[in-house]
Design a protein around this ligand. Structure first.
Ligand code: PGA
Length: 249
């Protein structure tokens, strides 16, 4: 199974979400599913229920949340718990994205607490990790990311539902550049050796677009994609799904 999904980051009103979800709902996703792809979308908190209300269990598209707190409830102003995210319709919980690590104090420890909390609620933790340009240039990528992953999974007895997403910081967003195929292949061969069989899938994210998607999916060990900008329109995302399905035929 290939997981191909998108986080909208801090974009989209509820009307946007309704339109996007409706277009996915109306699209013929049978060939995508038959090819072995699991689609997922991760809107902002305010739009989870809108998307999940349209993409019900009869749709193959799973809806997720971009974050959730590890405690069930309490005095945590501004936070949303796993229980609340699930109540809104989320089935996947993203955590550890570099933007949250950089701007919102996410750490390996809080990611670990969130992995455990998500699993307790029957949710799928989607753990993002990735190195900075400095770490990459120093040739220390593998040490850095395996330490992030091992910290995230520390003390988790059954990691089989966890999804990992390798997102090099230098490859993400407007100023990002896609990695060279050889670099990505080298990193994924280590990730595959260490984590395939232990986790549900290992995804790649960072400047994935319609031109490079097939190449990236051709790399051994890549178990799916976590896409930003090129999936921020329903048409863009559907095209990604279609191209991904073609690689599986
Ligand atoms: P991008 O975002 O595809 O726009 O580079 C990737 C991400 O941050 O997950």
């Amino acid at each position: 199974m290939l997981w191909v999904g998108t986080s909208w980051k801090m974009n989209g009103t509820r009307a946007f979400a309704a339109d996007y979800a409706q277009k996915l709902h109306d699209a013929d996703l049978a060939p995508i599913v038959e090819a072995g792809i699991q689609p997922f979308i991760i809107p902002s908190f305010t739009a989870i229920d809108v998307a999940a209300g349209i993409l019900t269990d009869s749709s193959p598209v799973i809806v997720g949340a971009q974050n959730a707190h590890w405690e069930e409830k309490g005095a945590w102003t501004g936070e949303v718990s796993m229980v609340q995210a699930k109540d809104a319709g989320a089935k996947i919980i993203e955590m550890g994205h570099s933007e949250r690590r950089q701007y919102f104090g996410e750490t390996d420890e809080t990611v670990n607490l969130k992995v455990k909390a998500a699993l307790r609620e029957g949710l799928i933790p989607l753990v993002c990790f990735g190195e900075s340009a400095e770490v990459f240039e120093a040739g220390e990528t593998v040490e850095f990311i395996t330490s992030q992953i091992d910290a995230a999974l520390d003390g988790v007895v059954d990691t089989s539902r966890v999804i990992l997403a390798y997102e090099p910081i230098w490859a993400i967003g407007e100023h990002g550049r896609p990695p060279e195929r050889e670099d990505l292949a080298r990193t994924f061969s280590v990730l595959a050796d260490r984590y395939v069989g232990r986790v549900q899938a290992i995804l790649y994210g960072g400047s994935v677009n319609h031109d490079n998607i097939k190449d990236i999916l051709g790399i051994e060990g890549v178990g799916g994609l976590f896409i930003g900008r090129s999936a921020w329109t329903p048409e863009g995302y559907l095209k990604n799904l279609e191209l991904a399905a073609e690689t599986l035929h």
